[in-house]
Every structure is written in C-alpha cells, then in structure tokens.
Design a protein around this ligand. Structure first.
Ligand SMILES: [Zn+2]
Length: 457
C-alpha cells in the first residue's frame, strides 16, 4: 500500500489525533516543581500506554528524578531513535494566561487554528507528531516501518540531570543508526529545516589584580596602575576593526561552509534587517566578510558578557580599585577545542599585562560544537521528505545556541541526530499562552510519515 493511503489516514483522523494530544496536555507535568512529581509520572504512564497500543514494547524506566520512557519496535531494517520530552515549563505568571494552561483548547485565530496550552509546542505537540505518524502507518500497513526506538525524558526543562547517566547505562539499548529529535522549529516559521550544526561554548572569568588594596585617587591617582584600565584596554583589542577575533590561534579548527550549504542558506532569504530591527539594531556587527546567517550559525564569537570593578553604587567614590573582573564567553564551531581556546585566550591576555599586575582565570565547563555528517544518506532522505510535504525546499541549517541532547547522542551513543521540528517563532514556548499551530501538528505528522517512508525505501 502506498504512502498516499497513510497520508489520507492522517488527514481523516486528525480530530482524534488532536483529542489525544489535548489529553496529554491536561497532565501538568512541570518537572522543576516537586509538587507536580505525580503528574510527571502520570504523563510517562500515559505515553507508555499509548506506545503499547501502537505495538511497541514500552516501559517507564526509573531514574533518581523523573522516569524515562523507553520503547522498542521491530528487529530489522533501518533503526531510528526518536527523542522528545514530556515535561513542561512552569506556567507563572498565571495572570498573563488567557485560559487555564492545563485546560487546552483549539482556538481559531486570525492566522488560523491553534492548540493553546502549556506544552502544546514544547514538546508534547511535537513528540505526538511522531507517535501519530506511527499510528497512521500501523493502521494502513498493520506494522511499523523498520526498527524504531523511542526515548523520552521528563527532565528537559529542569536541566536533564538524569540524562547522561541513563544514556551511559543503557547505551546498547538506545544506540540506533540515527537519532530524530523533535524539539525545534521551522526556519522563520515557514521553511522546514534540519539542524546540522550547533555551536559549542567556552566560558571564563578574568580577574586583574594590581595594588594590594583599594587606593584614593587624590593620593595615588596618576602614579598607581588602575586594573580597570588594564582590563578594558586588553579587552578592547579582542576584536579587530573588521570584527575578527584577535586572539592568535582562535580560528584553528574552523572550517569553511560547504558550497552546497552556502547556497541553501542564500536561498533562505534571511531578512537580517528585520531580525536586527526587532531588537532595535540595524547593522550586523560580526566579521564583516561574512553574511549574518554565517555569523550566527557557522562562525565563532568572543563576547564580553559582564565587566565590573571599583565603586558602582550611588554617588561617587574616587577609588582606584585593587582588582577588576570580566566574564568572557566564546561560541565555537567546527573542530575548535574549548580547552585550546581557553589557553589561547589566557596566553594572549597575559602577554599584554603591564608591570605590577597579575591575572587569574577561572575556566567554566565548555563544550565543543556539534556537527552532523550529512553524508549519512538518512539526511538527504529526510530533507526530500520535508520538501515534498511543505512544498518548499527544506534546508540544512545551523543553530547559534546549544541543544545539548544532539551532542550527547554523538558523545555517548556515537550517532548523529537530525533535529527536525515544526514549531513557529510565535509559539510562546516557556511563556504564557503557549500554542502550537494545528498546521504544525497536522503537517508535522505527515512529515514524519514521509520521512519514515523514505528511510525505509
Ligand atoms: Zn523542548
């Protein structure tokens, strides 16, 4: 039987699929608040029951925190691992919600129908797109395609404390050919995309020491070195006039974007004027020989996130402080090594210190960039499926921030992940009045059916 029968089944059963999502949304599985522990458990039970009804061998796996949901189907064919999270963000401030966050409804808005409620977009609506695709497939074929492992956690919104230990302990059970993560959105709310590049992060705190105590500028000003002046002078040279980071060796391991990807990004017609305009800015301030999308997705950065020292209270105190501080972070790409970046920064900074000054560095846990290998044929199969469903070419995109789970799958299970999601920029995840477009839900289900079809061809 053909894919079109599965897609027709999805269209026809959308009302029932939506009802099931509403049922899951009514469970207030707020992971960070101990008062909702039983509800998190109930959401896990609900998923185990639903997966069992689809023919999965499903179980709730205990952790020191909220349980994992793990399910398996099949022994042959391409093996995918699907990841989502059933926990949600707290709802405060409740007064800003137009309705009870856990009494979800379908609302008709000027932009179309939306599913309103906490977790509708992040991540219950998204994870249900995959389960509903499986349901329609099962209804048509009597089986599910290939081999599928489902892995859902209930602690994503509270820092995933149990995730790594659980993955290490159950690595053999969880390892698949490729992971599918449904917790992201459409590019600019319209173009389906697969995130294949995620920037890493290196962080450090710098303290410059000078005199052995704070000094009076009437008595010592002019003769004593001021550590704030030293700190700002050195950090003032962190970038050159073209926006490049001036630390020697900083760009070691940074790879150029493949031509194919560059073309895809050009075709996204990203409107950086609007992007910056929304936050009251107008001119891209990064490396001047790069496009704004490259600046966000495929180029490393150095940023001063905080700087302090001396007297900052009301009125004036004419002090020459004994020390000055700054917090610096670097977004990393390709093969840049967080520790090597830290060392290079330390060397560059220390070499510029004047007499009588010393410096201390505190390195904070860093993480390398994540880059998926799109040579894996699964990527092109999924991209074609997405293009077919949405009627526009799907793109491989980057993600300026970090989505740690993708890196964990690489590090602990040795597999690449495809981050595919259908959220929109105005979904208000983590905020009052969260919603998920009915279109996202419907076409999301259809997208997974097409992806499963292509992966199993
Ligand atoms: Zn999420």
């Amino acid at each position: 039987m053909s894919l079109s029968t599965v897609l027709d089944t999805i269209d026809r059963s959308l009302p029932e699929a939506t009802d099931r999502l509403l049922e899951l949304l009514r469970i207030p599985s707020i992971s960070t608040d101990p008062a909702f522990k039983a509800d998190c458990d109930r959401a896990a039970d609900w998923l185990v029951d639903d997966l069992t009804s689809l023919g999965f061998e499903a179980r709730k796996a205990p952790t020191p925190g909220h349980p994992m949901v793990v399910a398996h189907y099949g022994t042959e064919g391409p093996h995918v691992l699907f990841y989502g999270h059933y926990d949600v963000q707290p709802v405060d401030p409740l007064s800003l919600w137009d309705r009870d966050p856990f009494d979800p409804q379908i609302e008709t808005t000027a932009k179309g129908k939306v599913i309103r409620g906490r977790g509708s977009s992040d991540d219950k609506g998204q994870l249900m797109t995959f389960l509903e695709a499986c349901r329609a497939w099962k209804e048509v074929h009597g089986t599910l395609p290939g081999r599928i492992t489902i892995f859902m956690e209930g602690e994503e919104e509270s820092g995933s404390p149990s995730l790594i230990p659980f993955m290490q302990e159950h690595a053999d059970e969880l390892r698949a050919d490729v992971a599918l993560i449904c917790d992201t959105g459409l590019f600019e709310s319209r173009t389906p995309s697969i995130v294949t590049m995620l920037r890493g992060l290196s962080k450090c705190e710098v303290t410059v020491h000078a005199a052995n105590k704070d000094l009076h500028s009437g008595m010592f000003g002019g003769v004593a070195i001021n550590p704030i002046r030293v700190l700002t002078k050195i950090l003032g040279g962190l970038h050159d006039d073209q926006g490049h980071v001036a630390v020697p060796g900083f760009y070691d391991g940074v790879e150029e974007l493949p031509d194919e990807m560059r073309q895809q990004w050009q075709s996204l017609a990203f409107d950086h004027g609007q992007f910056l305009g929304d936050v009251g800015l107008s001119v891209p301030a990064g490396e001047q020989d790069r496009t704004p999308l490259e600046m966000i997705w495929s180029r490393p950065t150095a940023e001063i996130n905080g700087i302090w020292g001396g007297y900052t209270g009301a009125g004036f105190k004419t002090v020459l402080p004994a020390e000055a501080h700054a917090k610096i972070s670097f977004r990393l790409v390709s093969k840049q090594d967080p520790d090597a970046i830290h060392d290079a920064f330390e060397d560059w900074f220390t070499a510029q210190l004047p007499a009588d000054c010393t410096v201390e560095f505190k390195e904070v846990n860093g993480s390398p960039a994540g880059e998926m290998s799109i040579e894996n044929p699964a990527f092109e199969k999924a991209r074609t499926a997405l293009s077919d469903e949405w009627g526009v070419p799907a793109a491989y995109v980057g993600c300026g921030g970090s989505i740690p789970i993708a890196g964990y799958f690489q590090t602990y299970l040795g597999m690449d992940a495809m981050l595919i999601g259908f959220g929109k920029d105005d979904d208000q995840i983590h905020s009052p009045n969260e919603k998920y477009d009915l279109e996202s839900f419907h076409k999301g289900i259809r997208s997974w059916a097409r992806i499963l079809e292509n992966l199993n061809k």
